[in-house]
Write a protein that binds this ligand. Structure first.
Ligand code: ADP
Length: 599
């Protein structure tokens, strides 16, 4: 319950809704409690008329007035109920929107490590589940449960005033209900959890399969994938049937207890009325009143269950919300005043400097052990190592995805440990190994780093990236829509769009993360032409390359081995030095792809 209180405090902007709902619910519940009294009074009046105590004409006008009062009260109840329902809907929509957007914002600011450790499907399903459970509970609490609780308490108090044995029977129902629910709730929850695991497994696999449909098809595994999926859901059917037997079996028991209690209540009521303890009107009043408590009692186990889900949901929600952020990451962290100063630095300072950098993803296995190098303005520098040698790690560190254990990394003379990450990354352009496009138009993709770019700037970037030729071949040109992850384009075309995107961003430092390694020779040439244009001029480029043929024109090569720099030199120098690079080069020229494993 603490986490629900926390949730209410966390969504304090919704207080006006909470207040409105509480007030409306009080009025509506109060109104509903008045009607039994009206009906009771009308019954007594009719008994008086029939018994000859009141004349028909005097008595009937009282009855008519009571009927009018009944109508008035019902109108008030209807209006407050409907308005309460409206505020409940709007409150829960607001809550869903608020919780979702804050969660997304938090995710966007979490350190890279969080995304390394969690599956995409898990992150999405957690967001979905926790928020749905919490908002659903809050809405049904606002619209039903709160009113039921108030009504039940009021009914108990009023009934106790008339007859304590009846109130006691009603009251005893609550613990009996709770106890009966508790008997099976652990088992029920366990089955629920098992069901969630099956559904999550099926969903996780489903999104992977849809994302990699060519792989599934090329191995002709559609049938097996479908069967795996079907099996998971078949398991949920089994579990649901078990769960349902448990629930309905227990529900039948609970209803039996309820009927038994009401049997007792009505018996007491009829006998006491027959003995003259109650008037007929009071009997009608009490039948109505205890009837009002019947629904809340039978819904109690459902309420408890919904509350449990919501408590668990909000606990999970806050678990993610309270994960420590990297204070350098943020949506609005750019510092506009520093732009001019930064330009000056970019003109004169050393673009990239690593100074004795040590780094490990986990303590036991260091990846970089004392890396020191400078990259001069306009220089093209390539990193070469065996697979897992730490090339990508160097780039990730420069982009600020992880913090170094010791040493420092400077970008234009500024220690990146003190830079706001958006300001750091504004100065770096990246072309990733995998073509990394979003669904949408080619225009949107090229201008991703500069949403306000003009038509001519976008066209110019596309031309220089060697992409204009194929883009202009599409009927819609820049407005051609590419499928999810750019499925309708060839690998080389996607990569040239990525080059155009980096071209338009026009950052002084460029990272090419094996940008042509997944391409055939012809596409590689087309992309390489774009990349050469991108690297031209004063831009400083860091290149991760597997195919040594693509880095023959770089200024210097750094080879890495065992987390340390092995050699630094021009391609010609390293080729002549007889070191690892020369060895790799010879192997690659022979066409032996095993060379990567040799380092
Ligand atoms: P390269 O780019 O040269 O192939 P990497 O920099 O990708 O090498 O990897 C260096 C080492 O760090 C490898 O042993 C790899 O398994 C490990 N590594 C890379 N990324 C991560 C990560 N996100 N979490 C944990 N270990 C990682």
């Amino acid at each position: 319950m603490k986490s629900l209180a926390k949730l209410i405090a966390y969504t304090k902007e919704l207080t006006p809704y909470y207040v409105a709902i509480v007030v409306l619910t009080l009025v509506s519940a109060g109104g509903a409690l008045v009607t039994p009294f009206i009906l009771g009074a009308a019954t007594d009046e009719i008994v008086a008329i029939v018994g000859g105590e009141h004349t028909f004409s005097a008595g009937i006008s009282t009855v008519i007035w009571l009927a009018v009062a009944f109508l008035a009260v019902e109108i008030v109840v209807t209006i407050t109920d409907s308005s309460g329902g409206y505020f409940g809907d709007v409150m829960s929509a607001n809550m869903r929107s608020m919780l979702s957007t804050r969660y997304y914002r938090q995710l966007l600011q979490l350190p890279q490590r969080y995304f390394d450790d969690e599956l995409t499907g898990t992150i999405i399903s957690r967001l979905d589940r926790t928020i749905t459970e919490v908002t659903r509970f809050m809405q049904s609490f606002a619209n039903n449960m709160f009113s039921m609780l108030i009504t039940t308490v009021a009914v108990l108090v009023i009934t106790a005033f008339y007859s304590w044995p009846i109130a006691l029977l009603l009251f005893v129902l609550f613990p009996v209900y709770m106890w009966l629910t508790a008997l099976t709730s652990k088992r029920w929850q366990k089955i629920e959890h098992e069901k969630n695991v099956h559904v999550d497994t099926a969903r996780g696999r489903f999104s992977e399969v849809v994302g990699q449909i060519p792989v599934v098809r090329s191995f002709a595994q559609e049938r097996r994938e479908w069967q795996l999926f079907a099996r998971e859901f078949a398991a949920t059917v089994q579990l649901t049937s078990k769960q349902s037997r448990l629930w309905h079996g227990m529900d039948a028991l609970r209803r039996f207890a309820l009927n038994l209690a009401f049997f007792g209540i009505y018996l007491i009521l009829f006998i006491q009325t027959a003995q003259g303890t109650f008037t007929l009107g009071e009997m009608v009043l009490l039948i109505q009143l205890v009837g009002m408590a019947r629904n809340p009692v039978s819904m109690m186990s459902w309420m408890v269950d919904a509350a449990q889900h919501a408590v668990a949901g909000s606990r999970d929600y806050f678990k993610v919300m309270e994960l420590p952020q990297d204070e350098r990451e943020g949506l609005e962290l750019r510092d506009p005043d520093a732009v001019a100063e930064r330009r000056e630095r970019q003109a004169s300072a050393v673009p990239v400097r690593f100074d004795d950098v040590h780094f490990a993803y986990d303590e036991e296995s260091p990846v970089l052990r004392g890396i020191t190098f400078d990259v001069q303005k306009g220089e093209r520098i390539a990193f070469v190592s065996g697979s897992g040698g730490g090339k990508s790690t160097i780039v990730s560190l420069l982009l600020g995805f992880y913090r170094v254990q010791s040493g420092r990394i400077e970008l234009f003379g500024e220690d990146i440990a003190h830079l706001k990450m958006p300001s750091l990354r504004d100065q770096i352009g990246v072309v990733f190994q995998e073509p990394s496009l979003f669904s949408g138009t080619i225009r949107e993709n090229i201008s991703y780093g500069r949403p306000g770019a003009s038509e001519s700037e976008i066209m110019d970037a596309a031309k220089r990236a060697n992409a204009w030729e194929f883009i202009s071949g599409f009927p819609k040109g820049l407005d051609a829509v590419i499928g999810e992850r750019g499925l309708k384009l060839s690998g080389g075309q996607k990569q040239r769009i990525a080059v155009a995107r980096a071209m338009l961003k026009d950052a002084p430092v460029l990272i090419l993360d094996e940008a042509t390694s997944a391409l055939d020779t012809k596409s590689e040439r087309a992309v390489q032409a774009g990349l050469d244009a991108l690297m031209a001029g004063e831009r400083t480029s860091l290149i991760i390359a597997h195919r040594l043929s693509t880095i023959q024109n770089v200024d210097r090569i750094i080879t890495l081995r065992d987390g340390k720099i092995d050699e630094i030199g021009s391609p010609a120098e390293l080729a002549a030095s007889g070191g690892i690079y020369a060895e790799l080069l010879a192997l690659q020229l022979e066409g032996t792809s095993a060379s990567r494993e040799r380092l």
